[in-house]
Design a protein around this ligand. Sequence first.
Ligand SMILES: [Zn+2]
Length: 250
Amino acid sequence: MVKSMGLIKTKGIVIAAANSADNDKVLTILTEDLGKISVFCRGAKKNKSALLNVAEYLSFSEFILFKSPNDKYSLNSAEVIQLFYNLRMDIEKLNYATVMTKIIYDTVQENQYSEEILQLLLNSLYVLSETDKDCDLVLSIFEIRMLALLGFTPRVNACVSCGAPMQESMEEFYFSIKDDGVKCEVCDRLDKGAIKLNKTSFMALIYILTSEPKKLFSFEIPEESINELKLLAQIYLSEKLEKEYKVIKY
Ligand SMILES: [Zn+2]
């Protein structure tokens, strides 16, 4: 019984892995119930180590962690659930995954409620890895939904300035970055920074904000709308997080 003291079981995904002295590694793990934590991983780089796969970037595992009296985590054992092997083999897709994990690295803290964010990341990586869905669309969906989970949910049912409801008969919509939501045509004229969305892009935005997690990626839109959502997601994200996240292209 003394032996089990300080042992914690949690599921999580490695969002960063840094080499430490000798054969050791320090992993940053997004967990389902401990937020983002740093985990010391002794001997992880040894070829024969049982932790070799577990200690890789993007490994999703069930971890048994030891928590020391001064609140530091070290890895006791782990069982791999999903390695996202396809992503590691595809440098282009890997670059999209990297943007997602960087955003999480910068915005999630230890002990923060993170179950929904973990689910979002796993779903996004799964779609990137296992389907040929447009990578820009997958990333834009991730970014918009992630912002909503962080508390930045834009208002989309009515004009943020005058309260006029959005109508189904409307063909163009204007998203105000500075006022966190859509504006009617009249109020848009006073807002130089608003982004124009066509009806399909606007409907997709509403879907991304309201869909149940498992169906989040179950829609297709034309390239024009992908580009509009991509622009919105990038600008809104950099405005709210005060940092730019760009996919490395070769
Ligand atoms: Zn208005």
